[in-house]
Design a protein around this ligand. Structure first.
Ligand code: F1P
Length: 597
């Protein structure tokens, strides 16, 4: 079996995504997302090295979702004594936050105490900006979990790491397994257990694979489990914010909504039908590809002109857009200003654990009011403002802002997520015809059949959220592709800011230059330390030290790659990249040069 985790492999479906038209990018992403449900056929990779290829609709996954729903229902019977904790790093932590927020709202509607909590590596700062160093710390993970769970009798712990690669989560799982009287540990990720990360962890005695194996054995006799459907490689290699994040959100939503119905109605809805409804939403995205493509086109042109993408939204849909924005710097190596999200009500609406953290800097100012005071007056024709709207009629509190934006120099677009009954002839007169408009119609009848009349609004939101995630992910991925940030389906200019990303960077240099792993690592280190001759100390330093040095630097991986392809000095590589700042073109011209020689 190839030792490369599925989540780090290149997806053959998107091999040419970098040279695809915006509308086709949407189709490619949508097809790739279907693998979340139906699984992935790795025969298309020319090898069949895995037999566990089933996605979310597989019977085993459905049974596990229902088992966990049963635990949720049990814990909800004593909500003051018990806790349901969702934990993860980066996108996984952000979705843990959003899900905890959603289901605490469900509890409030039932007049029950909130018993969902989230833990995100790096704390609430990591909700908007990537804080990847704490992701590699298992001891910190266990400490944070204990802090959250102090005094609780029973805790359902769900540790999410798409790649089975986050030490922060492994530390928590290990702690839970030592304390099974209190904890019911669940690991969620999207690789077979055998492909969990098996590298030494600094200041810890175990590897993540060992922790996963321990859990795998324990689940035969104890109350714990691993839920790891194989959803296939990401459309942009390794970018687990996309399919990994989507699968995480769907699994958590279904588990908890089912847990609530078991608790209240004493019965489960049909889990398969529930999951299939998400698939219908995926099809609805496909139907809008032309319109989403048009917005990608505009957003891409803005980025090409060094402009910005701004999202404005309300409630959980606005939060999902903010999450999408927060992922762009680590994914595409861009600045924190490139893509930003703003929420009506700011932190009061966000309801995050640490409250208003805007004192941390301007990138932590998230209210629409902040947008109006600091960004609106300075909008340029190289910027685009994208409004995310729930329902057919434009949110009235946003109408004046929409009008101001439309009368100014910037581009604008409105994304309407609505039920199919609201569409048709449409009562959308409030939104001027000139606006770029995406209308995603959710399968209303199917949702009604699934949920019945109760809590329809809350449950409808779950599907609206996933639609928002799909649209926003497509817009930012497509726009950065147009900007030339992606080569084939690899994001080459990633920031080397944690252990997983360090090893991915080595693999990228190895893959495209054709050199061996040791040489690839050497080129990467030369680029990180800015030298053509490494000292012994630099070569033997820990990966965490390499990361510390690399995190704040620009174009680390492209520089290493150019050096490795052309066998040239750092200075020559930097010169090449300065002459050809578009990464995709820089690599293409390098490879052509090499072939000529
Ligand atoms: C966690 C994560 C990703 C992020 C980046 C670094 O991954 O923070 O969310 O996009 O890839 O790692 P995982 O633990 O869920 O695999």
């Amino acid at each position: 079996m190839s030792s490369l985790p599925v989540t780090e492999r290149s997806n053959p479906l998107t091999a040419n995504i970098d040279i695809s038209l915006p509308e086709d990018i949407v189709s490619l992403l949508q097809h790739c997302d279907r693998e979340i449900f139906h699984g992935w056929d790795n025969q298309t990779e020319g090898q069949k090295d895995l037999d566990q290829l089933k996605g979310l609709l597989d019977g085993r996954t459905i049974r596990l979702v229902e088992k966990i729903a049963g635990e949720v229902a049990n814990l909800l019977r004593k909500p003051s004594d018990n806790l349901i904790v969702l934990s993860g790093c980066g996108t996984s932590g952000r979705l843990a936050f959003l899900t905890a927020r959603t289901f605490n709202k469900w509890l409030r509607e039932l007049d029950m105490p909130e018993c969902f909590r989230y833990v995100i590596a790096g704390g609430d700062k990591a909700l908007f900006t990537s804080q990847e160093a704490p992701e590699d710390d298992p001891v910190l993970g266990a400490k944070k979990l204990q802090e959250v769970c102090a005094g609780k009798k029973k805790v359902l712990y769900i540790g999410i790491t798409c790649g089975l690669s986050a030490s922060f989560v492994a530390g928590q799982l290990d702690f839970c397994m030592d304390n099974l009287d209190t904890y019911i540990p669940v690991l969620m990720g999207f690789n077979p257990v055998d492909l969990a990360k098996n590298l030494p962890i600094e200041n810890w005695s175990k590897t993540i694979l060992e922790v996963c194996k321990r859990l795998e054995n324990l689940q035969k006799t104890k109350n714990c489990c691993i839920i790891n459907p194989i959803i296939g490689p990401e459309p942009i290699t390794g970018s687990s914010r996309m399919k990994g994040g989507t699968a995480t959100k769907i699994l958590l939503d279904v588990m908890f909504a089912q847990g609530f119905s078991l608790f209240k109605e004493k019965q489960l809805r049909n889990t398969e039908q529930f999951l299939e409804t998400y698939l219908t939403v995926n099809e609805a995205i496909g139907h809008c590809r032309q319109y989403i493509g048009a917005v990608i086109n505009l957003a891409g042109q803005c980025l090409r002109k060094h402009g910005h993408i701004y999202y404005i939204g309300a409630d959980s849909l606005g939060i999902l857009a903010m999450i999408d924005a927060s992922e762009c710097p680590p994914t595409f190596g861009t600045s924190l200003d490139g893509v930003r999200g703003f929420l009506i009500g700011g932190f009061d609406e966000l309801r995050n654990q640490e409250g208003n953290i805007s004192v941390l800097g301007r990138h932590f100012s998230i209210a629409v009011d902040d947008f109006q005071s600091t960004i609106l007056p300075n909008l340029q024709n190289s910027d685009i403002v994208i409004f995310i709207n729930h329902g057919s009629a434009m949110n009235t509190s946003l109408l004046p802002l929409l009008a101001t934006v439309q009368n100014g120099p910037a581009e604008s677009a409105v994304i309407h997520i609505m039920n199919s009954e609201q569409s048709g002839q449409e009562k959308m007169k409030e939104v001027p015809k000139t606006t770029n408009k995406i209308t995603v119609q959710l399968p209303w009848i199917q949702i009604q059949e699934l949920f019945g009349p109760e809590h329809l609004d809350l449950s409808f939101k779950l599907f609206a959220e996933i639609a928002t995630k799909w649209v926003c992910n497509a817009v930012t991925t497509g726009a950065h592709i147009m900007q030339g940030k992606v080569y084939q389906n690899y994001m080459v200019d990633l920031r080397v800011s944690n252990n997983k990303l360090f090893h991915r960077a080595v693999r990228i240099v190895e893959t495209f230059s054709g050199c061996n792993k040791e040489d690839a690592q050497e080129y990467l280190l030369k680029s990180i330390y800015g030298t053509d001759v490494l000292t012994g100390q630099q070569t033997t330093a820990n990966v965490s030290q390499h990361i510390l040095q690399a995190t704040s630097q620009e174009k680390v991986v492209p520089t290493a790659l150019v050096c490795a392809i052309l066998k040239c000095s750092l200075l020559e590589a930097q010169k090449h990249l300065a002459e050809e700042p578009v990464i995709r073109s820089a690599i293409t011209s390098c490879l052509e040069k090499k072939n000529v020689e």
